[in-house]
Design a protein. Structure first.
Length: 421
């Protein structure tokens, strides 16, 4: 029989996800295969920009706010609260971070921006946990409220200051960045050689050690930090039990309301930190509309990662990379990626044939042929396609990974204290 002391044991796990989970060696092999295929495409197309150091550095910068939003969603949903309000909490983070940053310095802006997002999380928790309002309705309301509040406050706070306007804050000082001396130059030189696979690996690693913001380092550290807290501590076990079976958790002495509140407030703070990154690191100022749906893409990255920090990081990296194509050689690079997409579809069709799923295999092969025909018959893609690429990738990835996903069992379900009695 399970006793209350069982929840103090960090080795106890709520129900494991169904389906086979990829081991680390297999996952690394898949990543290496993807890089090798990308390298082949680079050599065929001559689009060296798809794996150079600058491209990877930009991709990392764009992946951070998406990853932080996704991490916020993971905390909330592991406790059983769906957080569609990530977008609004990011908006609050951008505004509060820039507002405090230009007056009292960037690090103060970081703290105040986290607080702004946490306030959005507190409001979402208050409405959903205490009053049991539908989580989706509450999240949408948070998004609308954040957009309206910042649009109202921006002229009051920024107009009259140098560089400020009704839609933009004055500039915020830089948080600073670091480059690993020697290693960065060596990786860049190796990347410029254009060798198969080796130069692509050098480009990827070079982007991780060149002009990296200190806030990026903090954000990356939060990924393993979240994993350790949620999967290796008694606190994390109790929190996750609230998302799997809150009635059982309550019967074992867990204060479910408290853990849901903590999780959603942390969720808002992480989303706020993602907003701070946009208004202090990515751009040194607040600009209306700069979140641009990243909260929703962060939610997609979390789902792609099957509510796990590692998978979330991979999803954020993928979406950040596709988003970076808008900034660096977008048309040529996206055109080269059409060939990569065609090859991946053909490989997928072969895999489906091996598994004797002939109808999906035929459909996948036809899709691959159409994508290859698009690549072969054009020299570039329209700018509109480049702009839409991150969102298209989001939809495709979610569609392909949907069969392997399992959310926490009580995620989004209404809960009242004592309902199991």
């Amino acid at each position: 029989m399970t006793t209350a002391t069982d929840l103090n044991q960090p080795t106890l796990q709520p129900a494991a996800p169904t389906g086979r989970r990829l081991s680390l060696p297999v996952l690394l092999l898949i990543i290496a295969g993807g890089l090798a295929l990308t390298s082949i495409v680079r050599l065929i197309t001559g689009a060296d920009g798809i794996t150079n150091v600058s491209q990877m550095s930009t991709a990392l910068q764009l992946a951070v706010p998406i990853g932080l939003a996704g991490l916020g969603g993971l905390w909330a949903e592991r406790a059983g609260v769906v957080n569609i309000g990530l977008e609004g909490m990011m908006i609050l983070g951008t505004w509060f971070g820039a507002w405090a940053g230009f007056q009292w310095g960037p690090w103060t802006g970081v703290l105040v921006g986290i607080l702004g997002g946490a306030i959005g999380g507190l409001l979402h928790a208050f409405v959903t946990v205490t009053f049991n309002v539908n989580h989706i309705v509450s999240g949408v309301a948070i998004n609308i409220l954040a957009l309206g509040a910042t649009r109202y406050l921006a002229p009051l706070a920024f107009e009259g200051h140098t560089g400020g306007s009704a839609k933009q804050s004055p500039a915020v000082d830089s948080l600073g960045s670091f480059t690993v001396p020697g290693l960065s130059d060596a990786l860049r030189d190796l990347n410029n050689q254009g060798w198969f696979f080796v130069s692509d690996i050098a480009g990827l690693l070079g982007g991780l050690v060149t002009n990296v913001s200190w806030l990026t380092l903090i954000a990356v550290a939060l990924i393993p930090g979240t994993w350790w807290v949620l999967w290796r501590t008694a606190f994390g076990l109790r929190l996750r039990s609230c998302g799997e079976n809150p009635v059982a958790a309550e019967s074992l002495g867990v204060n479910v309301y408290k853990y849901k509140y903590i999780a959603v407030i942390i969720s808002g703070g992480l989303a706020g930190l993602g907003g701070v990154f946009l208004s202090i690191v990515a751009n040194p100022f607040y600009l209306e509309g700069q979140v641009s749906g990243r909260g929703f893409i962060g939610l997609a990255a979390m789902i792609f990662g099957n509510w796990m920090p590692g998978g979330l990081a991979l999803g954020a990296g993928l979406f950040g990379y596709t988003d970076s194509l808008n900034l660096r050689g977008g048309s040529a690079n996206v055109h080269a990626l059409l060939l990569l997409g065609a090859l991946l579809l053909v490989i997928g069709a072969i895999w489906l044939v091996i598994r004797k799923r002939y109808v999906p295999a035929a459909a996948t092969l036809i899709a691959g042929a159409l994508v290859f025909a698009w690549y072969a018959s054009t020299d570039e893609v329209p700018n509109q396609v480049v702009s839409a690429t991150p969102y298209v990738i989001t939809l495709v990835v979610l569609a392909l990974s949907a069969q392997r996903l399992r959310m926490p069992r009580a995620n989004g379900m209404p809960y009242r204290k004592g309902q199991g009695k």
